[in-house]
Design a binder for this molecule. Structure first.
Ligand code: ADP
Ligand code: MG
Length: 249
């Protein structure tokens, strides 16, 4: 005869309560030891399953996001900045702008924290259960050009268009030919109105025309990107340079 506990564990597994199945003996022992009511036992059991699922989801979302490093907004030293106020950063991290499909453009020279802020916001979004994709512009162009024949690129592309937030890092560090600009336009068009895009760049939108080449495509891209956008200009000396360690003493 099957042991009653094994029976309950098998049942839990068949109902896809995998974590509960594992934890059941210990939960029941605790219930007996502390004389939990039926209500208390059920509550503990269900919240346990829920917490495990949330943890698994976040692990999956973090893997999918492909951040080059994980730095939070708490690690961002706002006192070093004059370009963003504490209040602005707080509003950004509340992510209400995401619900309205606002885009965010972070401009500034290298080393001022553009990528750090973008990743920090991406992490906040993931902790709220959103799907996020991070991709450097160079990789994005490669992916767009290869998605027709590479299954790997196709999977990455699908993950990007399914995301709630897409971070395109170092936009425009290189000039694009007209085919690349066209592919980029199609992506922006697909994301338009359903995804929040965060772009980091060392050049402002007024200079993007030169890099995208075709004026018509540039206008079409800017039209969609700038429809609902917040532009943050971080014009500071490089944090990296200011805080570098020295070999001299
Ligand atoms: P950018 O993308 O603007 O070139 P990064 O975001 O890569 O700059 O920042 C360069 C490095 O300096 C990173 O390690 C980042 O965490 C750090 N950094 C930049 N600004 C700050 C800041 N205000 N507080 C803490 N770390 C910062
Ligand atoms: Mg950067």
């Amino acid at each position: 005869m099957t042991h009653p506990m094994t029976q309950l564990q098998d049942l839990s597994r068949s109902l896809r309560l995998a974590e509960t199945a594992k934890e059941l003996p210990s939960l029941i022992r605790k219930a007996e030891a502390h004389q939990w009511t039926y209500h208390e036992l059920l509550y503990e059991l269900l919240t346990y399953e829920q917490a495990c699922r949330e943890e698994k989801l976040i692990t999956k979302l973090l893997k999918w996001a492909r951040f080059p490093f994980q730095k939070t907004l708490d690690e961002f030293n706002i006192k070093e900045q004059r370009s963003i106020s504490t209040k602005q950063l707080k509003q950004l991290r509340e992510l209400l702008w995401m619900e309205e499909q606002y885009n965010l453009i972070l401009l500034g020279p290298p080393g001022v924290g553009k990528t750090h802020i973008a990743i920090g916001l991406g992490l906040e979004a993931i902790y709220k259960g959103h799907q996020v994709s991070f991709i450097p512009m160079g990789e994005l162009v490669h992916l767009l050009k290869t998605k027709e024949f590479s299954r790997k690129s196709q999977t990455s592309y699908k993950r990007i268009v399914d995301s709630d937030m897409v971070i395109i890092d170092d936009m425009m560090y290189m000039a694009m030919d007209s085919k690349e600009a066209n592919l980029f336009f199609h992506l922006i068009n697909e994301l338009y109105d359903k995804t929040s895009i965060i772009l980091t760049s060392n050049k402002g939108p007024d200079q993007w025309g030169e890099l995208l080449g075709d004026q018509g495509i540039t206008t079409a891209i800017l039209d969609r990107l700038l429809h609902r956008v917040e532009v943050i200009n971080i014009d500071e000396p490089s944090y990296r340079m200011k805080n570098r360690t020295t070999i001299f003493n």
